[in-house]
Design a protein around this ligand. Structure first.
Ligand code: ZN
Ligand code: ZN
Length: 330
């Protein structure tokens, strides 16, 4: 339905324009990045979607209308809508500044309609202003690959030698953050993915190899962006005593059993769930200073399925971004 809508005349689409209710902003979508999580949603690996559902949780657009009680934004402002769409504000997690774990949280493009669309309504409190230095398509991937990548990065406890497994959207953003902070990045790709390894080196990894390889020196920490459980023992082998392995994805295949020896020596494994608004504020202050550059491959909104297929096949180096046809490629 959404894809057909993109081809209809403007007047018809205007009639279908949703309204911003109290506390919400209505946003004209300019760009929506395609995330691996969208594949997990479309494939049913995340089992609680709202149905029918508009996917997409890395949305950048322009505020068209504000609902009652919205003072943060005004029409014409450029805003981003991230995965975290709403939290209750009163559960033990919310009260402990861990809203990413909220018991009743709602998620954009999963339990709320997302940004594979021309319009989106969002709770204004969960949107972020987009830094002026970013074009819309380049800003979109910052909303998840950037934010959740950044949260994963903050869990690596300052380790100097950082391994990154799975070199896609989040990895190419976080490599730039890591370098800015004086870390060394070791990139791990699918075995034999020479192009991926070259790409990783071109944006600053000091070493790149297959995920079956060990790095030339032990790592202080590793982040797994690839949703492959087998990589957990592999990464544990690569980190030194006291090192941490951070699982940055929302879904992962089963982790195979492994000898306790790999965990011994106070190594640890943790996951990263969602994001907090504070992560977003920190990251959007940091990204323009570095400045984080994002490699995007644009697809018209009507080709959302092709974009998903390219991501699934590992053909995207950087990030796929959907552009509604009304936007004229901005
Ligand atoms: Zn995502
Ligand atoms: Zn809560």
């Amino acid at each position: 339905m959404v894809l057909e809508a993109a081809r209809r005349p403007l007047e018809e689409r205007e009639l279908e324009r949703p309204r911003a209710r109290s506390g919400q902003v209505l946003i004209e979508v300019k760009a929506c990045a395609v995330c691996r999580t969208d594949l997990h949603v479309v494939d049913g690996e995340l089992t609680q979607p709202k149905l029918p559902l508009v996917p997409g949780h890395e949305v950048v657009g322009v505020v068209a209308e504000t609902g009652k009680d919205v003072t943060r934004f005004k029409p014409g402002d450029r805003v981003g809508v991230p995965w975290l769409g709403w939290t209750c504000g009163e559960c033990p997690y919310c009260l402990a500044n861990r809203e990413n774990l909220c018991d009743r949280a709602l998620f954009t493009g999963y339990t709320l309609d997302g940004g594979y669309a021309e319009w989106i309504v969002a709770d204004a409190r969960f949107c972020f202003p987009i830094p002026a230095s970013y074009a819309e398509a380049e800003a979109a991937p910052l909303l998840c690959a950037g934010l959740i990548g950044y949260r994963s990065f903050t869990k690596t406890a300052g380790g100097k030698r950082l391994g990154i497994y799975g070199f896609g959207a989040a990895a190419h953003i976080i490599t730039q953050v890591a370098r800015y902070e004086g870390r060394q990045v070791f990139a791990f790709t699918r075995e034999g993915d020479v192009k991926g390894q070259e790409f990783a080196k071109s944006i600053g990894a000091i070493w790149a190899g297959g995920s079956n390889q060990l790095p030339p020196e032990p790592l202080d920490a590793a982040i797994l962006f690839a949703p492959v459980g087998q990589l957990v023992p592999q990464a544990l082998k690569a980190v030194r005593k006291g090192g941490v392995v951070v699982c940055g994805g929302i879904h992962m295949s089963d982790i195979p059993s492994f000898p306790y020896e790999l965990l011994w020596g106070e190594r640890s494994v943790c996951s990263v769930a969602n994001l907090t608004r504070r992560d977003g504020e920190e990251f959007f202050a940091l990204a323009p200073r570095i400045p984080v550059k994002v490699n995007v491959e644009k697809f018209p909104l009507a080709q959302a399925n092709e974009a998903l297929a390219s991501l699934r096949a590992g053909r995207i180096k950087g990030v796929a971004v959907l552009i509604p046809e009304t936007t004229n490629g901005h």
